[in-house]
Write a protein that binds this ligand. Structure first.
Ligand code: NFS
Ligand code: SF4
Length: 668
């Protein structure tokens, strides 16, 4: 087939333009490698075991399927179910570790800031500080004579920092935020014995249990997956989100721009890529520093453009309105514009190949984190330390500025960029839907009960080079909107939606069914609410909890007409997120495929039996239309169980009737 006849690799025109430039300049990207290297089918099925040196033991499904008894075993006798469950569990452990290690550093910096040891960070949101302190059973008032007066903010912050940090090393008891969940959920976790003790402990226990010759009961392994994943969602990630809000300010809806078109030919372009906002927050400050701007001018640049990539982008967008250059699969392409003077990276989702691509241009890759260095290419390591954060950030920005005159390749920045609104939190949804005075989720619940909104979907997760870039994300979200399902989004899905114009209030009219459009237009919100980075999926848990607590839709998250999806997932973090959603009672469906197909019994446990235990379950659909159908079926099942299915029929009838009336009027 000629090059032009191939299926396009992305639905995003900016991406396609850059791929063309890459091809002309003979630069290999992940898109090319996805074509030349096919995945291993045994690994894809989840049934390759390499946890001891007697393996790898490979147990693919027989071509004809299993006839009679499944007799496949590894050298030690491990069954496909044990092997797939162990592999799955190790993905949960890695994902939970990544999110939680991010959270740990936030907690450390938070404590340093509270103690006044880190002059560049301060406590910005004291209201939230008090709220979160209460969840940690920290007294927020003190007795003065016979009066209760507010306690010193600094004291509260120090105690919160210490208690939060102790959640990682805690050996017994329960993580504090478990009690934030609806009571029925908390009680169920307690009954099942899956409330996390300490974050590190649960991750370590997965690694132990999946060592050679330990846990050989896939149900018991899944139980530990739930406990470790809950330690991610309701502790590691949730603490990261909450403390970041207190340190940097809680986001409120803000405008921003997205796609490679945000880069500018005549300014110094710096891309911050990775995940931890501790670094990017300081780079934002450094890039606005008059001294830096002057230096940029002296090098012939008309200012400094700072743009984000991957989840760091979501963080700086939400709090500062900084533009986003693109999502995961666009990282190499940003460099290929020839206009990126430095790509500053910290941890997670950073492709090793950016260092190779950078050598074809002048771009400097700056690694900043002692946990993530790079060997190849023209990388420099400028370590970022919270005790002299701003100084480090300035050093990094200076490196970019000094690199500006070294541009050599032809510069091509695609024009594409879109406006969007981001920065919804569970608190700001409260305000937007409830109004200043009422401030509650009741109006949202009312609209779900009366059927204008059919249900809630959390659509999140990565891009995956094995699927067409952004395509499944957008098809799924549009299907849901058309069917009156309001969408909460984070991560790379949020960016896909932003690039397609779905994160604007105007999108309601164009993409939504009548009921949802009516609600969004009345309130003035986009039908897809950008809630942040992947760590901020904890905000979705809190939003779901708030919906339960507002009343009228059951007692537990598993009662809600809601579903979760990650149509283009690739990272282990996505598996941990999926598992904590499932263990929190959410029907969760992934695209691409899950590495469990080689173990049909284990797969059936995840896809069916688990629902009877935790109220949520896993599912897979590669086709986004099928995914939407399955999510809608689940939402309708829950509406029926709540007895609100008839209300929706009435709304639909109303819309239809209204349309008819309008037609008749027009004809008259
Ligand atoms: Ni989430 Fe964010 Fe994107 Fe996937 Fe990576 S950036 S943490 S893991 S690829 S959504
Ligand atoms: Fe093979 Fe068992 Fe070792 Fe796995 S643990 S590699 S199945 S011998």
């Amino acid at each position: 087939m000629a090059e032009t006849e191939k299926t396009p690799k992305s639905v995003d025109p900016a991406t396609l333009k850059m791929l063309e430039k890459a091809a002309q300049e003979k630069i290999s990207t992940i898109f090319d490698r996805a074509e030349t290297m096919k995945p291993c089918n045994i690994g894809e099925q989840g049934t390759c075991c390499k946890i001891c040196a007697q393996g790898p033991c490979r147990l693919p499904l027989p071509k004809k399927g299993i006839e009679g008894e499944d007799t496949r075993v590894g050298l030690c006798g491990a069954t496909p179910n044990t092997i797939a469950a162990r592999n799955f569990a190790r993905m949960v452990a890695a994902g939970a570790a990544a999110h939680s290690d991010h959270g740990r550093v936030v907690a450390e910096v938070f404590l340093a800031a509270a103690r006044g040891e880190s002059k560049d960070y301060t406590i910005k949101d004291t209201k939230k500080l008090v709220q979160v302190a209460k969840d940690f059973d920290i007294p927020v008032t003190v007795k003065e004579g016979d009066k209760e007066v507010p306690r010193d903010t600094r004291e509260i912050a120090v105690e919160l920092g210490e208690k939060a940090l102790a959640e990682w090393g805690r050996q017994e008891g329960e993580i504090y935020f478990a009690k934030r969940a609806p009571k029925a959920r908390y009680d169920l976790w307690k009954k099942l014995g899956i409330i996390p003790r300490g974050i590190d402990r649960e991750v370590v226990e997965i690694m132990h249990r999946t060592h050679m010759g330990v846990d050989q009961d896939y149900e018991n392994i899944v139980k530990q997956c739930s406990r470790a994943a809950l330690a991610d969602g309701w502790a590691g990630s949730m603490i990261a989100t909450e403390l970041q809000d207190i340190l940097f300010g809680s986001p409120v809806p803000i405008h921003g721009e997205i796609n490679l078109g945000v880069l500018k030919k005549d300014t110094v372009n710096i891309i911050v890529h990775g995940h931890e906002p501790l670094l990017s927050e300081m780079i934002v400050v450094a890039s606005r520093d008059p001294e830096m701007l002057k230096l940029a001018e002296s090098k012939g640049a008309k200012g400094i453009t700072l743009a984000g990539m991957c989840c760091t982008a979501n963080e700086v967008l939400m709090r500062h309105g900084m533009p986003i250059a693109g999502n995961y699969l666009q990282q190499e392409l940003a460099i290929i514009t020839g206009a990126v003077d430095a790509m500053v990276v910290d941890v997670q989702c950073i492709m090793e190949n950016i260092a190779n691509v950078a050598t074809c241009y002048h771009t400097k890759i700056v690694t900043t984190n002692p946990r993530a260095k790079m060997k190849s290419g023209q990388t420099v390591h400028i370590e970022f330390n919270e005790h002299h954060a701003l100084e480090d950030a300035k050093k990094i920005v200076r490196t970019a500025i000094e690199n500006f005159p070294n541009r050599k390749a032809e510069i091509l920045i695609p024009d594409e960029k879109k406006m969007m609104v981001a920065g919804f939190t569970f608190e700001s949804i409260n305000y937007h839907l409830g109004g200043t005075y009422r401030g509650s989720y009741v109006p949202l619940n009312d609209n779900i009960i009366n059927g204008r909104i059919r249900g809630i979907a959390g659509v999140v997760g990565c891009n995956n080079a094995r699927t067409m870039h952004d395509s499944a994300h957008l098809t799924l979200v549009k299907e849901l909107l058309k069917n009156d399902v309001i969408v909460l989004t984070t991560g790379c899905n949020a960016m896909a939606c932003g690039k397609a114009g779905l994160l604007t209030p105007e999108a309601a009219k164009e993409f939504c069914g009548g009921g949802l459009a009516e609600v969004c237009e009345a309130v003035g919100i986009p039908p897809v609410l950008h809630m942040g980075s992947c760590v901020d999926n904890s905000r979705i848990l809190m939003a779901a909890t708030a919906v339960v607590k507002a009343g009228g839709l059951g007692n537990d998250i598993s009662d809600l007409p809601a579903a979760g999806a990650a149509p283009e997932w690739m990272s282990e973090k996505a598996i941990s997120i999926g598992q904590y959603f499932v263990a929190s009672g959410v029907y969760t469906i992934f695209g691409v495929g899950l590495p469990v197909t080689g173990a049909p019994v284990f797969q059936d446990y995840l896809f069916n039996k688990l629902e009877g235990i935790v109220g949520g379950k896993w599912d897979v659909a590669v086709d986004p239309y099928e995914m939407a159908k399955k999510m809608l079926a689940h939402i309708d099942k829950k509406r029926k169980a709540l007895g609100i299915d008839k209300a929706r029929e009435r709304v639909l009838f109303d819309m239809e009737a209204r349309r008819k009336l309008a037609e008749e009027e027009a004809a008259a």
